[in-house]
Write a protein that binds this ligand. Structure first.
Ligand code: ATP
Length: 282
């Protein structure tokens, strides 16, 4: 495995009873990139990620994560891989600071727990018992526990579910900081805007296979998608046309209207439009 590959998967298969959850999946994640896995419910994201994390066995396929087969993990490898579990952040009577300090003790080269608490925005809650935290604050604690070991590779499963918009933005900043510091990040999400905001590349899983991998702006040939130009006609009705050359069409409309075009909009498919078309076609 070359130095710039963090994850390499070939022909991954997993079945539960008779039903196929992962059906021959191939995936490469480069070191230092933020990779988002998108896919509808039941597509196989969690199964795939849990296999990569070493928490689930596989039926077939080759898997290397930081050059180790996760089916045969070493203690050193576990220390290099951070996992943000959903809903670990509740430890009854323990305080936030106690939990993070405790987890830091599991790692040979842990980060300063108080700095980690600050990074996830929980300093004001450091002395609070974890069962008194709000849902979003518990998720921040989940993240703190995932990063306190200074992982080279961090897995996040639907990290911002239940966050308010401000908390999401703050969380995105945290992910960007971690990525800027060189951490490789694999996240699953149902939020297209999150994938677009954070990911260097997006992998779309459907039916247990990776159906496309691309930078968010290139997914489904989005760049080449036709633009929709809309405007109001003199009688007030809305008219529109699809065009590969919207600038020329707008110039032509401007000439036709002798200046300002009433109600003019120019739009291209959003990542969500492209994604829904992609999974809808399957
Ligand atoms: P979601 O977006 O809903 O979290 P997902 O993409 O993470 O979905 P998985 O949880 O990997 O999907 O599930 C893939 C398929 O495997 C589904 O059909 C699911 O019902 C099935 N499955 C997952 N875990 C198990 C299990 N422990 N036992 C039996 N079937 C399972």
């Amino acid at each position: 495995m070359s130095d710039d590959v963090a994850i390499r998967v070939r022909g991954l298969r997993k079945t539960y009873g008779g039903s196929v959850a992962v059906a021959g999946l191939d995936l490469d994640v480069h070191r230092g990139e933020v990779f988002a896995l998108l896919g509808p419910n039941g597509a196989g994201k969690t199964t795939t990620v849990e296999i990569l994390e070493g928490y689930r066995g596989r039926d077939a396929g080759e898997v290397r994560v930081l050059d180790v087969d996760p089916a045969d993990p070493t203690r050193d490898w576990r220390g290099r891989v951070g996992i943000v579990f959903q809903g670990t952040g509740e430890f009854d009577e323990l305080s936030v600071a106690e939990v993070v300090h405790h987890f830091a003790g599991f790692y040979r080269d842990a980060d300063d727990p108080d700095k980690v608490i600050e990074r996830v925005g929980l300093t004001a809650k450091a002395g609070a018992r974890t069962h008194t935290l709000s849902g979003g604050q518990k998720r921040r604690l989940d993240v703190a526990l995932g990063i306190v070991g200074r992982p080279e590779l961090l897995f996040l499963d639907e990290p911002t579910t239940g966050f308010d918009p401000e908390a999401r933005r703050e969380f995105w900043e945290l992910i960007r900081d971690l990525a800027a510091a060189g951490t490789t990040i694999v996240l699953t999400t149902h939020y297209l805007d999150e994938a677009e905001a954070l990911a260097d590349r997006v992998g779309v899983i459907a039916g247990g296979q990776l159906v496309e991998t691309a930078a968010p702006h290139q997914l489904g040939n989005r760049q080449e998608a036709l633009a929709t130009v809309s405007w109001r006609t003199p009688d007030g009705t809305l008219d529109s046309a699809q065009s590969a050359a919207p600038t020329a069409l707008v110039a032509e409309l401007a000439a036709r209207f002798g200046g300002e075009v009433p109600g003019l909009t120019v739009s291209r498919p959003t990542l969500e439009d492209i994604y829904l078309t992609m999974i809808g076609h399957r």
